[in-house]
Write a protein that binds this ligand. Sequence first.
Ligand code: ARG
Length: 582
Amino acid sequence: MSIIKNLETEIKEIIKQAGYELEKYTLENSNRRDLGEFQINDAMQLASKYHENPREIAAKIVSELEKDDRFTNINIAGPGFINISLSNEYMAKLLNEMEENIFSNIDKKERKKILIDYGGANVAKALHVGHLRSANIGEALKRLANLLGYEALGDAHLGDYGRPLGLVIKEIQTRYPSLEYFDPTYQGNYEELSLPITNEDLEKIYPLASNKSKEDEEYLEDAREITAKIQRHERGYYDLWKKVVSISKEDIKKTYDDLNVQFEIWNGESDEMEYYDALNQKIEEAGILIDSEGAKIIEVSEDSDTSPMPPLLYTKSNGSVSYETTDLATILEREINVDPDEVWYVVDGRQSLHFEQVFRAAKKAKLIKENKVLEHVGFGTMNGRDGKPFKTRDGGVMPLKSLIELVNEETLKRINSDTVPAEEKATVAKTVAIAALKYADFLPFRATDYIFEVEKFSDLEGKTGPYLLYSTIRMKSLLAKAEGIKAEKITKLKGNTEKDIALTLLNLPNVLDKSLETRSLNEIAEYLYKLTSYYNKFYAENKIITEEEEELRNSWIVLTKLVYKVNNLLLDVLGIKVPNKM
Ligand code: ARG
């Protein structure tokens, strides 16, 4: 149990000593620091339960609290609000415990296996800003879940199935008709062949082929046929598809790497569709497939629906499968191979209908056990200054790489040439740029749309990633300077700012819990800013290392160590790397 939860249990015990039983008790950080650090607001609730006057109840609780020298400044306000503060000695003791082992103030959850689907990059198409949000939020939720004791796994769920790949290969065939892949008499090993196409080419080929197919019926028909050939694993076409996937995948991996995002599972939709027959069998057994003008659908509406719930399209009238079907096959495959208790889909909120249909169909077809949870963790869009989804200068969808580039230009201007050697500047600027992007992405509640302003979020001042990095690096260099000083424990706390820091530190488990519960990192992002700002205020108010009173100096150094540890821990949860200098 965390330090703070432990304290809650003990206070609950004290209230019991006073003669009152509370079911649940949470320590509330007071917003009236002049009255006390914490509030106990339960006397009113107890009053109705015990039919007594709340102020009298409060008085009895206070007299119990007063026997305990861990608490000071105990008083009653208004109808029966109790204010308490922790004694300096006790506060110091708690902080020391936390400094020795940060996990002493983190609550572990009951073990559960959670699969998080937060990739969704599409092969042969450039990643765009929507994929950025999936990656940021998904990776951070995964890290948070693991920190809190779950077993969380990430699946990249690459979009490598269906027409887009058929189109890409049709265009390759148009350009290079004599490639061995298209020669039915070719007997050699395809794996040894090289392809005269780079990832940049692929990213240009897809939009071009897609446009062509809209104007040229024959071209589209060819692409359809090729798609079918790939799906039948036809020699040559299937091998070229594999090649295209591997070229694209390498580039996708690089981008995810830049974002400090790692997946445990790298399945693609095509791997999942290997379970299509098994899926068909389940669907058949459930008897839920309905013919509808040549297409096959599954009814998913329920009596309690308040808005229309259209049926799920299982196969289209031309026999091809839908996006929904790939997700159903995926659910079955995961149930068989991973057996997760919960699956979280960190995907654009605009796909909520899709997921609702898929989840309902999955339950109807009994693809997963009753007690399993499927959850769409939807997010809002990252918008440009005009309040519309981020666009390039010429109005196209902003590729993720261009966005990173844009932020990078800004952060590069702010790297300090006195401290960062010239040859490291580019790498440091990139790390800072990723931090700027990620932190801005975490600040608003997950489901809210927000405006990303490049200069604002790249700034070293304000609620930004660079501010947090800069401050954390400064803590580190202070600690490096203090290397020779034997500072081991916090034994003295003096000013109000130190108390603010201390109370914020103690509150850590509540913030982590809330973030996990809401599946949103905004709580952690705000907390990091709060803790860092308090620390910076304290840093400005005191000359830490040159403080003459040794006990105070040592306490301050240890406090710095603790803040530094918490910052690193939380930045790591957010998937933000801290450079050595900046
Ligand atoms: N590839 C899809 C896209 O770019 C996202 C896939 C999300 N995950 C899922 N299981 N459907 O829109």
